[in-house]
Design a protein around this ligand. Sequence first.
Ligand code: ADP
Ligand code: MG
Length: 385
Amino acid sequence: MFERLKARSRAAAERQNTRGGGKVGRGKAAVAFAAPLTFDEVSRRYGESLALDRVSLDIAPGEIVCLLGPSGCGKTTLLRIAAGVERPSGGRVLIDGQEVAGPDRFVPPEKRGVGLMFQDFALFPHLSVLDNVAFGLNFLTRSEAKAEALAALERVGLAHYAAEYPHILSGGEQQRVALARAIAPRPGILLMDEPFSGLDPRLRESMREETLAILHETRATSIVVTHDAEEAMRMGDRVALMRQGRIVQTGKALDLYRAPKDILAARTFSDLNELPARVERGSAETVLGRFFAGAIPDGKDAIVCVRQGGVRLLPAGEGVPGRVLDTRFLGDVGLVEVAVQGLDAPILARVRESDVPSQGSEIGVAVDAGAVLVFEAENGAAREP
Ligand code: ADP
Ligand code: MG
């Protein structure tokens, strides 16, 4: 027993040394040595079903990648495999260039320097807030662990709750304790599974900002899982879009927004009007105009996607004739439903609140070519630029 403790505190000392010493600035998150994280053709099978299908992803030291995708697409499974609480059925995971999971190697979770913050961020009800945060610091002496835990609590603005028990905290405060617990061991890699999904929208916004600031401060390599495209675009240095166990597209938020790989990706990042079209002489023809169809061959059916913000409403007599069916206020913008001559379904336009026309009025409609994406109808492949 004594030997094991000694070995542990030796490991702790080494950890401190490799992590730049124990000095923790007041109210500042301790700095980890960020490690690169690589998934190399990682698969995970559960019986007949494939939860992950050859996922490859390289995350640079200190980079924040948002993993975005619908429920059931494999996000949690990928995090669990990175953390080491789940084994891949195929492929390899590398941390800092070292294989931690693969055909002949498996490094247990506690040896990976990976912090994992679960979706439900359950705190232990019978432990004080301070002990909750100190929980993962068993490689330190008791007093060192308390000092580190207190520093982490200070960073999230909750040091004054150190001696309290979790049940007196609000949801947002519990969330911040969970964040303190995740950063306290100074993981080189921090994995967060839908960390804001349990919070109400207003709180979510401020927690997002605070978490982002802390991630930047700790400089941990991070994966933040979300099913909210706006959140992914807001938080990620890069976004990895997942679908059915595969990564569909990876890139900076703006690149994914501007050039989504297929129509499903396009729908993820923007609210769209979808107009049926046929490609003739390199253009997709619609009631609202002709749009460059790229590599889609002539004679093919296409879908012209017009962002709601790219529909312009004009005075009657200009553009294509339309009639305002309905208007809805969404705060700074209004959503206008317009019946357009020659189109079966009405289209939706997002315009400034002050530009919302009155219901029933006759107007004209035009489309900004820059707000249009054209996809082939059959396979949803994007046009080549
Ligand atoms: P997400 O986090 O994106 O919602 P998950 O990674 O939790 O998705 O799950 C991906 C798929 O793997 C789902 O179809 C899920 O049902 C399945 N799955 C996850 N864990 C298990 C398990 N332990 N046993 C069987 N199937 C599982
Ligand atoms: Mg999940």
